[in-house]
Design a binder for this molecule. Structure first.
Ligand SMILES: [Zn+2]
Length: 201
């Protein structure tokens, strides 16, 4: 789960929360804040607007969510931010381990319980039924590992790698390319992934 750094609010007085969609896409990149897929994104209220209507237009309460993470699973199931880690306030990358078989595990440590809670909330770990994210991550691992080999033997350039990365699953690419500083630097470069919280890397 790519951590992001939130800039100041770009629209002081929006008409409604949909007005923020384009700004969110610009500052955070066109990826779901939870599953990291570039898939039918909408404005996602971290604290659901049904729980706290006063936060409906609050910039600091908004991320990007795909329909799967936002509508199918998260819905209005959290009362507040407490008890979870969030991509705009925590180091959500180092809180999870992404495995080649598509599974995601909360890393053992001080934030383990909260990491597990956010993973459960958006059903990040759907491997039991080999569902969409598990299959997507496994596929991303295969492509990333192939690109790593090609990159190391000189058959793929950094740009070639970054073209493939745009398909999503940023954390999988970070995991596979961890030993390649130039690619890691590109993965946190705003040119490719706007808004990544670089202080964690
Ligand atoms: Zn998603």
């Amino acid at each position: 789960m790519r951590p992001v750094a939130r800039p100041v609010c770009p629209i002081p007085q929006p008409r409604d929360y949909h007005a923020y969609l384009e700004s969110l896409r610009l500052v955070f990149g066109v990826y779901c804040s939870y599953c990291e897929r570039p898939d039918k994104l909408d404005v996602e209220h971290v604290i659901p607007k049904s729980r706290q209507p006063a936060l409906e237009l609050e910039w600091n309460n908004l991320l990007l969510g795909c329909a799967r993470c936002n509508r199918d699973f998260k819905r209005s199931n959290n009362l507040s931010r407490l008890g979870y880690i969030w991509p705009d306030t925590h180091d959500t990358y180092h809180s999870f381990e992404y495995l080649v078989d598509g599974r995601v595990k909360a890393v053992i440590g001080p934030a383990q319980v909260e990491a597990k809670a956010i993973a459960d909330l958006v059903k990040l770990e759907d491997s039991k039924h080999q569902s969409v994210l598990n299959l997507g991550r496994r596929n991303a691992f295969k492509i990333a590992q192939y690109m790593l080999q090609s990159y190391r033997n000189g058959h793929a350039s950094l740009d070639n790698v970054m073209v493939q990365v745009q398909q999503g699953y940023w954390s999988v690419w970070m995991t596979v390319f961890v030993g390649e500083p130039a690619v890691v630097a590109a993965l946190i470069d705003p040119q490719y992934f706007p808004g990544t919280a670089v202080q964690y890397f």
